[in-house]
Each structure stands twice: as structure tokens, then as C-alpha cells.
Design a protein around this ligand. Structure first.
Ligand code: CA
Length: 745
């Protein structure tokens, strides 16, 4: 082997002068070659897995003879473990690499700098970064950090960022990185799960600190596919950028012109397909041009609306909200966009209304006939003219709109245009819409975000612990394991690291009890659905703090889902504080749903989702629903859901609780909040058609945002009225509490 290696080096040395192509097989070989690269040279990494390879690619090429680093075959060089890439110098080109099964040892996976040395006139193309995440989800890093000037990042595939930190950041933190003229194009930004606090942006250009500096970054022909991280998909925090011809598909959040002036947003397509919290464009600052964009099927509201023009703060500090001035909003098409908001955020601080702006020749059509506009303050500083709509708009906007029925037809580019092409309002016919296939790379699959429950095979097993555990071991994502009738005890904690459904014979015929402190423990990659089962705590250890299901106690990186349907849970009372479901610290559920189930004799809580108590804006679950369950003798609460802090970068948590019956819930002496339902900082709450009988009350604490709480049509029997407290807002409480009735004992 050693001999071969030497021979190999003899071979490449002899070619150095003429060919300039160096195939290297180890980091040491790379190192030797990398030290003496000349214009026109190419370093080729041999196919295979490279572990813990911290690549420094530092060289000077020329415009006509760049220095390149590439893969023997594109997609077959895998950088894993603690690998990363730093570029420094000029006219460099890196392509064809895949980063997966690891995470960046430093602050970025790919960085256009090595220490103080920046890269300029350089390009990174056709690279893949796939789920390359720091295992601590609160540890922040970038996947790509652009420094220097005139760099290009293109035709790359970035999917599955789960830890904190912007996916791609353009840094303007020194003069050498300002007015940079970077180009970010034809990239596939795949699924980014809801992060559950600030720091989940897909692209950020600048920071508030340097936001009055111009960046001249162009972002075009990229595909943002369910980039759901937080309220900002793209956060523009600098001036003179152009964001053009990008497609945003079912992406929660908005393209936000957060700081900086003179940006152009043109020819972009936002399609939400009615998915929750899908948004469009949010306008702040001076001289922003928003024209010829297409927005369809967006449901977002408030700062996450399909379109928002903000109020500013008079003489705003650099990091607050600058007044909107001279915004040109022209020729955009809005179809079935639920909310278009002007002077949004108007409050005691944000009093500077938009000035010297125009909103012209826009087409606003809502097929349900509901007008989408909300005006929060004086909008006389926006001149509305020649817009067309099919709805009755607000009186204050009426002069700027003509109302007419507009028939639409779908064009070859997938967008809907008026059948009558003489209509002046709305987008041009010649807008270019990039397809998913034309972004990223052809050689890496663009997979769907998550595997649905029950989408795989069904296997049947005997009512036996070993049979169940081995069936789970060999199951694949989406599989269903049907457990025959019978009673059995499970002696081990069953690890769930795939998407799996466990179902029984129903009507109490399949009964599982367990001997450890929990029965099922959800790990990364795991999601669990339980149906038609009976779960019994009688065989559990005689110790406090057991649970039936929990997540890993700490260090969960992947979001998970948990569903319980037609399940009966009893005898969780062998000791105190025996919960049904317990979230570990740092774990985050996309959704938790419990329906048509029976809970009886429980000394803890049903859902413990309050393990993030440091008020950092982090929480445990995005959507929680409880539907038509019967809960009897529960010493703790049905749900404790807590989101602390003052950050407003998230949409959740959401709680829906309907049609449940609670009898003697919350009265245990260890239930310190004395609540049957305890919600803190929950953004959207619906509690309706439930019966509370001899139970503790619902306690809701509102914090930041504009939390929406509805408590309606419930029956309270020997149960105190719901308590809603405003912890941040003056006055209130701001909740809809109506049609509830009180029954005698
Ligand atoms: Ca943010």
C-alpha cells in the first residue's frame, strides 16, 4: 500500500508542470498538493468517504485560469464527521462535494474565508449539505458563510438543517465584505423543519449592525421548498440587494426586508397551497421596490402575512423598525392571499406610518370573496391607484381599486393569469418560473420532508414483548405493527427511532404493561402512533416520575410526531408524578395529538411540555391537540405547555382542545399551578366543547406576540372559571371567552 502511494506521488509530480490535475486520496496528499497550486490547477478528491477532513483551499487563480477543487465523480466524495471547507484567495472553484453524516467543527460548513484571509471572485457550485447538524440543536452554526466580494454560490442542494443558525449567511462584517456583488442562484433549499425559536432563517444578508451598508447581493432562481424554520425565510439586513425569480413553495414565513434600503424584489413566486403560516413579503425601510411578484394560496397573518407594509419607529435605532419611505409596490398578483396588511405593527413605539409610497396596478383576487386588507394606521402616505380586485375593499382604499370579476386561466408556467389579457393589473406574462428540477444538482434526490404514519407495510405479531421489540427493530419508516390480543409485560425501554404505528386488537384486548421507568422512548428519527391499545402502569417501578412515553431525556435534534388514538391508559398511580407523556429538555414535537382515548387514575400529567423554563424563546411542541378524550382522576394537568421569552420568531405553540371530558383533574397537591390546563406563551389556543367536572381551572398566561385565545362552549361543573392573564400587554385580558355554561353539582 505504501509503495503504491509513493508511486502515485511520483506520477502526479511528473504531471505537475503540464497537466495541473492532481488526484488525491488522503488529507495528507491533499495538503502536499494544496501548498503549491497555480492558476489552472485542479485538485480532485478520490471517491469515497473522507472523515474529519478540514479542507483549507487557499490559492490564487486568475479569471481565465481559476484553481479548482472537485470530486473524482460528482456526488461520490462524501465529507463526514467533523469536516468543513474554508476558501481563501481569488478565482477558486469548488464543486461536486457532499457533506453528510457529521457536522461543522467550526462556525460554518463552507466558509469563504480562512481566518482573516477572505476569498473573492470565487465559486462554490454543485455541493450538497444534507442533515449536517450539530447534535446540540441550540448550538449555532452556518452551513454556508459568504465573506469577501464577487463570490458565487450556485446549483447546490441544502436540506435538513435542524440546529440553530442561518442556513446561508452573507456577512458584511468588514469593509472587505461590503458592496460584495455576490451571486446566490439556482440552489435547492430543501426542507427545514420548524426550529422552535429564533435562528431558523434560510438566508440572511447582513446584520442590523451593518444594515445601512450596501451589499449588492443577487439572489435569483433559487427554490425554497418548505423552508419552515421561523418567521423569516429570507432576512435582508443590508442595502441594494436584488431578490429575483425565486420560488417559495409551501414555506412558512416571509421574505423580510428587515433592515437596509434600496432592495429590489421582483419576479418571485410564492405558492402556499393553503398551508398554515405560509407568507409572502414584508416591507420595512426606504426605497424598496416590489414588483411583478406572484403570490397564491398564502394563509399567514400579522408579520407572516402574504404581504405586509410595516409602521416604523420615529428616529429608529439601527436595530428597530425604520419608517417605510418611497416603496414602489407595482404589478404584483395576489390570488387567495388571506392577509394584506398596511401600517402593521402600529403601536405606541411604531408610530411612523409609511410615506411617499405607491401601490399600483396590483391584482388582488380572492375566490371566497373575502377582502384581505387590514389597515392599522394612517395609510395616506401610500398612493393606491389602478389596482384591480374582485372583492369590496376597505373604504379607505376604495379609490385605488376597481372592482370586477376576473376569470383566470393557468398558463404553462404554472401561474394563473386573467383570461382577458388586456387587463393592466398583475404580473407580466413573461415571468420566468424556475422548477425544482432546475435547481440544485441532478445527482442527489430531493426527498419529501417526512414519512407519513401508516404509509408502509403492516406486520402482525403475537402479544409478546420479544416479538414486539424485534418487529420494531426490523420495521421501516411508515410501517404498522399490529399486536394480537393478549396481555404482556415489557421488561425493557423500547427505543423508537423510526416512524412507526403500533396498533392492538382494540376494546382492551391488547394490554401492555412495563417494568422500566418508561415504556417507549422516542429518539432522533422516531415518531410514534399508538392505536387500539390498553396501557397499564401497574407493573412499573415503585418510584416517582415514571412515564408511558417520553422523548430522549436530552439532546434530541430531530423534530418528532406523537399520536394516540383509541387508547386506554390506566393505573399510572404506583407512585407520585407518573406521567403519560414526558418531553425531554430540548426535544421539539412538530405535532402531538391525542384523540378518543381514556385516561384513568394518573398521579402525574397527561402531557408534560414545559421543560424549557429559562425563557429563551424555546419550547417543546408546535401543534398539540386533544380531542374527545375522557380523563378521570388525573392528579396533574391534562397539558402543561410553556413557551417563555420575548422573541417573536415563531408561530407556535398551538393548542387545540375540543370535546374532552375531565373529571377530578388537577387536584393533586404536587400540581403547583393548580390548573387542569396550563398554557404559558402559547400563540394560538382553542378550548371548546369540553366538560370540566370537579377539576382545577384552565390557566392561560399571555406573553409576547398577539396570542389568540378562544375558550368557548365549555361546561364548567364545580370548576372555577378560566383565568387568562396578560404578562406583557397593558389591559386585557385579550381572549374570547364566551358561550361557556356552568352546571350545578
Ligand atoms: Ca429571525
Amino acid at each position: 500500500m505504501k509503495k503504491l502511494c509513493l508511486l502515485f506521488f511520483g506520477f502526479i509530480t511528473s504531471f505537475t508542470i503540464t497537466a495541473g490535475e492532481y488526484l488525491v486520496a488522503t488529507p495528507a496528499e491533499y495538503q502536499r498538493v494544496a501548498e503549491e497550486l497555480a492558476p489552472g490547477d485542479t485538485v480532485i478528491l478520490k471517491n469515497g468517504v473522507w472523515t474529519d477532513f478540514e479542507i483549507v483551499f487557499s490559492a490564487k487563480g486568475t479569471k481565465n485560469a481559476p484553481v479548482s477543487l472537485t470530486a473524482e465523480e460528482k456526488g461520490k466524495v462524501i465529507l463526514s464527521g467533523q469536516s468543513d471547507l474554508k476558501l481563501a484567495g481569488e478565482y477558486l472553484h469548488v464543486s461536486g462535494l457532499v457533506f453528510k453524516n457529521g457536522f461543522a467543527p467550526g462556525s460554518a460548513v463552507i466558509e469563504f474565508r480562512d481566518g482573516k484571509e477572505l476569498a473573492s471572485y470565487s465559486r462554490v457550485s454543485e455541493v450538497v449539505i444534507d442533515n449536517y447538524n450539530n447534535p446540540d440543536r441550540q448550538e449555532s452554526d452556518y452551513w454556508v458563510a459568504l465573506y469577501g466580494k464577487h463570490n458565487r454560490f450556485d446549483h447546490s442542494h441544502l436540506a435538513g438543517k435542524r440546529n440553530k443558525g442561518v442556513t446561508v449567511a452573507v456577512r458584511l462584517n468588514s469593509e472587505a465584505s461590503q458592496e460584495n456583488y455576490h451571486q446566490i442562484d439556482h440552489n435547492y433549499f430543501g426542507f427545514r423543519p420548524v426550529f422552535g425559536s429564533n435562528g431558523g432563517e434560510t438566508l440572511r444578508i447582513g446584520t442590523s449592525h451593518y444594515s445601512l451598508t450596501d451589499s449588492f447581493t443577487n439572489v435569483s432562481y433559487n427554490y425554497f421548498d418548505q423552508t419552515n424554520g421561523e418567521v423569516e425565510i429570507i432576512s435582508v439586513k443590508s442595502g441594494k440587494n436584488s431578490i429575483t425569480n425565486n420560488v417559495f413553495n409551501e414555506a412558512r414565513g416571509t421574505l423580510t426586508l428587515r433592515h437596509g434600503n434600496g432592495n429590489i424584489v421582483e419576479d418571485n413566486v410564492f405558492t402556499g397551497n393553503g398551508k398554515e403560516h405560509t407568507g409572502g413579503i414584508r416591507v420595512i425601510n426606504k426605497n424598496q421596490i416590489i414588483k411583478n411578484n406572484y403570490l397564491e394560496g398564502l394563509t399567514g397573518y400579522r408579520f407572516g402575512s402574504g404581504f405586509t407594509v410595516m409602521n416604523g419607529v420615529p428616529d429608529s435605532p439601527v436595530n428597530r423598525y425604520h419608517q417605510v419611505e418611497n416603496a414602489q409596490i407595482a404589478g404584483n398578483t395576489f390570488i387567495n392571499v388571506d392577509h394584506i396588511q398596511f401600517a402593521a405593527g402600529s403601536d405606541a413605539e411604531r408610530t411612523a406610518t409609511p410615506v411617499n409610497s405607491v401601490f399600483t396596478q396590483n391584482l388582488v383576487l380572492n375566490q371566497n370573496g373575502t377582502q384581505p386588507f387590514t389597515v392599522f394606521d394612517d395609510v395616506s402616505g401610500i398612493r393606491f391607484s389602478e389596482n384591480v380586485t374582485n372583492t369590496d375593499v376597505l373604504a379607505v382604499l376604495r379609490n385605488g381599486f376597481s372592482k370586477q370579476e376576473v376569470a383566470l386561466e393557468r398558463a404553462d408556467n404554472g401561474l394563473r393569469y386573467p383570461a382577458d389579457d388586456s387587463l393592466k393589473a398583475g404580473i407580466n406574462r413573461d415571468i420566468q418560473v424556475i422548477t425544482k428540477e432546475d435547481t440544485g444538482v441532478a445527482w442527489y434526490p430531493k426527498l419529501s420532508a417526512t414519512t407519513a404514519f401508516d404509509s408502509g407495510e403492516t406486520v402482525t405479531v403475537a402479544a409478546d414483548a420479544d416479538a414486539l421489540i424485534s418487529a420494531i427493530d426490523i420495521a421501516e419508516d411508515g410501517d404498522v405493527i399490529h399486536i394480537n390480543a393478549g396481555k404482556f409485560v415489557v421488561p425493557r425501554i423500547v427505543k423508537i427511532n423510526k416512524v412507526i404505528t403500533l396498533t392492538g386488537a382494540g376494546n382492551g384486548k391488547t394490554e401492555i404493561s412495563f417494568e422500566r421507568s418508561t415504556l417507549f422512548e422516542i429518539h432522533d428519527g422516531g415518531s410514534l402512533k399508538l392505536t387500539n391499545l390498553s396501557l397499564n402502569g401497574a407493573a412499573s417501578p415503585d418510584a416517582a416520575g415514571n412515564s408511558v412515553v417520553r422523548t430522549k431525556k436530552w439532546g434530541m435534534l430531530h423534530n418528532y410526531r406523537f399520536v394516540t388514538e383509541n387508547v386506554s391508559v390506566t393505573q399510572l398511580d404506583i407512585n407520585h408524578t407518573f406521567h403519560f407523556f414526558l418531553s425531554g429538555k430540548g426535544a421539539f414535537a412538530d405535532s402531538i395529538s391525542i384523540a378518543n382515548s381514556n385516561f384513568r387514575d394518573i398521579t402525574g400529567d397527561i402531557l408534560v411540555l414545559n421543560t424549557e423554563i429559562e425563557d429563551l424563546g424555546i419550547y417543546n411542541a408546535e401543534y398539540v391537540s386533544l380531542t374527545k378524550n375522557i380523563l378521570t382522576n388525573v392528579a396533574g394537568a391534562v397539558v402543561k405547555l410553556y413557551r417563555g421569552g420575548t422573541d417573536e420568531s415563531t408561530f407556535g405553540p398551538h393548542l387545540s382542545m375540543t370535546g374532552n371530558t375531565l373529571r377530578n383533574v388537577g387536584k393533586g397537591k404536587r400540581n403547583k399551578m393548580s390548573a387542569s390546563v396550563y398554557l404559558h406563551g402559547v400563540q394560538v389556543t382553542e378550548i371548546s366543547d369540553n366538560q370540566f367536572d370537579h377539576s382545577e381551572p384552565v390557566i392561560v398566561e399571555h406573553t409576547v406576540g398577539e396570542p389568540q385565545t378562544e375558550i368557548t362552549s365549555n361546561i364548567f361543573k364545580a370548576t372555577a372559571d378560566p383565568k387568562v392573564k396578560e404578562l406583557n400587554a397593558e389591559g386585557g385580558p385579550f381572549a374570547l371567552i364566551e358561550n361557556n355554561s356552568r352546571q350545578a353539582q
